[in-house]
Design a protein. Structure first.
Length: 340
């Protein structure tokens, strides 16, 4: 296969998988809004099962032996952040329109830059700060001035808070993955296995404590609940959540960070368009400007980092290069499938 065709195939694969995740998640959360934690639990379990199945046929997928409790302890912060990302991402998607979803989670880049700066005790370069400021401006442009919109299209403050927490979880995840990979020998699939299994344990326990398991059992036994959407939604998102893990890895290996970011921008546009067409979401000129501003700041950031990587090595106090973490700054993320 020619390199150009391979790049196009990987980018298309990534975009389709990410879009399917968002819209099927939205359909399921609309049909069963009281079971978000249980829904995310099933997604985690499905990813674990598919990783086990794939490991039977290829040596590229490594499954941990769990012979070291110290490894689990070292990965505990990542697992906790992953589980939190699952929950807040689902709650945000449940409570906002699909076309508004990217705006609600628009602070991923500024928060990632801030988290890396704080954890590495470095100061971001002025161009990086400027890019983060543009993205932040786009976020606030999108959440302000809701006069004239129907009540159903106005996001509640709590939904926006969920979006902020989801973005923060992605930012923390981007930092924790880098420090966690050495504990699993640098294997991204092994790290995905640990994080999804750990998230499943935490999410399953939380679903039980919240009463979602009891409510689910009552709905099943009632005989009047149409469980097909929940069942098929879990199957589809479980499979595509697993594929997103592969797609994120391939997107970085086969494409450049710049190509990956441009494909993400195109996916955002498609997501907005499909949200309006499928769910009848309200998307105003102001919200279009918000998305455009967020994407402009993100693309400028990618260009700035590209210039930094192309320049001769020199002492600097700027934030560490985040380009290698691009798939983790999406959604979507390659471990918890619900963070799409």
């Amino acid at each position: 296969m020619a390199v150009s065709a391979q790049v196009v195939g990987v980018v298309a694969f990534y975009m389709v998988a990410a879009l399917v995740m968002v819209f099927v998640n939205k359909v399921v959360l609309n049909s069963t809004p009281n079971l978000p934690t249980l829904f995310m639990f099933f997604q985690s379990i499905m990813t674990v099962l598919l990783l086990n199945l794939t490991a039977l046929f290829t040596s590229h997928v490594k499954i941990p032996s769990f012979d070291s409790a110290s490894t689990v302890r070292k990965l505990a912060p990542l697992i906790l952040v992953d589980a939190s990302g699952f929950i807040f991402n689902a709650l945000c998607l449940r409570d906002v329109e699909a076309a508004f979803y990217q705006i609600a989670r628009g602070l991923v880049l500024p928060l990632t830059i801030a988290v890396v700066a704080l954890t590495s005790l470095t100061r971001p370069a002025a161009p990086v700060v400027a890019c983060a400021a543009i993205v932040t401006l786009g976020f606030f442009l999108g959440i302000s001035f809701s006069d004239g919109l129907p009540a159903s299209a106005v996001p509640a403050p709590l939904a926006l808070f969920y979006g902020f927490l989801s973005s923060l979880a992605i930012a923390l995840h981007a930092v924790l993955v880098k420090s966690s990979l050495p504990h699993v020998g640098g294997s991204s699939t092994m790290l995905s296995y640990y994080s999804n299994l750990g998230s499943a344990v935490l999410l399953g326990t939380l679903a039980l404590l919240k009463g979602e398991v009891h409510e689910f059992a009552g709905m099943v036994n009632s005989g009047g609940w149409d469980w097909s959407t929940f069942l098929y939604g879990n199957l589809v998102t479980g499979v595509f959540g697993f594929l997103i893990s592969i797609a994120g890895i391939l997107s970085v290996k086969v494409t450049s960070p710049t190509t990956h970011m441009f494909s993400s921008a195109a996916r955002t546009g498609l997501q907005v368009f499909l949200g309006v067409k499928i769910f009848g979401d309200v998307f105003t000129t102001q919200r279009a400007l918000s998305v455009a501003t967020i994407l402009t700041g993100t693309l400028l950031y990618t260009w700035v980092k590209h210039r930094e990587s192309s320049a001769p090595p020199a002492p600097t106090t700027s934030v560490k290069d985040l380009e290698a973490q691009e798939p983790l700054m999406e959604n979507e993320k390659p471990t918890p499938a619900g963070n799409q």
